[in-house]
Design a protein around this ligand. Structure first.
Ligand code: NAI
Length: 415
């Protein structure tokens, strides 16, 4: 049976060439059940895998049924038992998982890849090629070449490749996006976005910190340090809200902590198509900051400001007017924000809910893919392969710019 799903091609930039693709190998029909989720990585002592599990659980759309949770097979299996995975579906590695799952009538529908950056490409490519949909962590890959290949593989196989740019899951980020699109702040002039963190202000990788050790190793992290790890989130958030496309950038990277080779602080000047200017700051040495991703967008008639540590509030300042506080779940919220809200205003929602909104969108896309229909607005707004590729290309451009060192630095005559 052949079904053409134009949306799949249209959504993912590079895949535009494959506007209508065959789903010959797809499981078709209505999926009137929870999606069967597998996971790679995310075992004991890992960070993001646990967040994926919470997020996948929140709306009851998924059931975690299989996994290869650790680079060490024994540890992975011990962890699987603790999270009540059937021992027959707890695998020593991802290849074994693919081989076994593809034989099953109740095979997983989708896999979440929660491993360090350098493993994303081989794992995601193998699952896509075996016919599974994929939810992959960011940065999508460690090289642009691999990111292009991965997006192409998703296009060719007709499988979905989602990327977890977490902050685009927040209801008020959607509200901001809708407000910019509706012209509430006029044409965008200036974008200020920052993602400062404190946790790597000292050489914790030398003391054996698991997360810091691979993040500071170019072989496992890629060319970017802070810029790849958190700068990519900031870059995606700015583009997601403003809809602006980057024209060019100019970067200054710094490595403050001795013994590191990758940046732990990045300043990037941005020039957007249409004339808007931006400044992006990512830092792993910003003492006092904890996941303080913040976006401010200034237009011709107003501005918007959102800060993830207070994610239930968006500030809109109209020209010559009082700044207005927009609250999550307010009756005046737009449909995009309302659709991603679970509790009444005043009951805080946060990171897990935002992540769950991504999972909700991914579920929509996966179901729509199986059923040969358009995923609708919730599914269409999720970050996908091409967004991941843009993030990897951004890191490359930042590092290239820094290494070229042609910023036209001028020292004032008196300092
Ligand atoms: P981590 O070091 O805490 O966990 C990595 C896990 O992957 C460990 O359980 C490890 O044993 C496992 N692993 C490594 N290679 C494996 C393999 N070949 N097969 C199976 N398991 C394997 O790392 P963390 O901080 O959880 O980051 C993982 C990924 O998530 C990274 O790409 C990172 O950039 C991304 N991330 C995304 C965030 C977001 O907000 N979307 C936040 C934090 C991390």
């Amino acid at each position: 049976m052949r079904r053409d799903v134009p949306w799949r091609g249209a959504r993912h930039g590079v895949n535009r060439e494959v506007e209508a693709m065959s789903l010959d190998n797809a499981i078709t029909g209505t999926l009137a059940r929870r999606l069967r989720l597998g996971m790679v990585g995310g075992g004991h002592g890992a960070y993001i895998g646990g967040i994926h599990r919470y997020a996948a659980r929140l709306d009851g759309q998924y059931e975690l049924v299989a996994g290869a949770f650790d680079v060490d097979p024994e540890k992975g299996k011990a962890f699987a038992a603790e999270v009540f995975i059937d021992s027959g579906r707890s695998y020593g590695d991802y290849q074994e998982m693919i081989e076994a799952e593809r034989q099953r009538a109740d095979r997983i529908d989708v896999v979440a890849i929660c491993t360090p950056n350098h493993t994303h490409f081989p794992i995601a490519a193998a699952f896509l090629q075996a016919g599974f949909d994929v939810i992959c962590e960011k940065p999508l890959t460690t090289t642009q070449e691999d990111a292009v290949k991965l997006v192409q593989i998703a296009g060719e196989t007709g499988r979905f490749l989602g990327v977890t740019y977490t902050y685009s899951g927040y209801p008020l980020v959607h509200e901001a996006r809708a407000m910019v699109a509706a012209g509430k702040i006029g044409k965008v002039r200036v974008v200020q976005v920052e993602y400062p963190l404190e946790w790597m202000a000292t050489a914790i990788e030398q003391g054996g910190n698991q997360q810091a050790s691979w993040r500071t190793d170019p072989k496992r992290s890629g060319r970017g340090g802070s810029i790849g790890d958190i700068g990519t989130h900031a870059y995606h958030l700015a583009g997601f809200v403003t809809g602006l496309k980057l024209e060019s950038l100019c970067a200054d990277l710094a490595t403050f902590v001795g013994g590191r080779v990758l940046d732990d602080n990045a300043h990037v000047m941005l020039r957007y198509e249409g004339g808007a200017r931006g400044l992006l700051w990512s830092s792993q040495v910003a003492i006092g900051s904890s996941n303080g991703i913040r976006l401010r967008v200034f237009g011709e008639t107003g501005s918007l400001s959102w800060f993830q540590e207070e994610p239930n509030v968006l500030v809109h300042a109209p020209l010559n007017g009082h700044p207005v506080t927009i609250k999550r779940a307010n009756a005046a919220s737009g449909t995009g924000a309302q659709a991603r809200t679970r509790t009444p205003p005043g009951h805080p929602e946060g990171y897990i809910e935002a992540f769950a909104n991504l999972y909700g969108g991914f579920a929509e896309v996966i179901r729509a893919g199986r059923e040969g229909r358009d995923p609708g607005p919730i599914g269409q707004a999720v970050p996908a392969g091409y967004d991941g590729l843009k993030g990897v290309a951004f890191v490359d451009a930042v590092v290239d710019s820094h290494e070229a060192g042609q910023m036209g630095w001028v020292k004032p005559a008196y300092v």
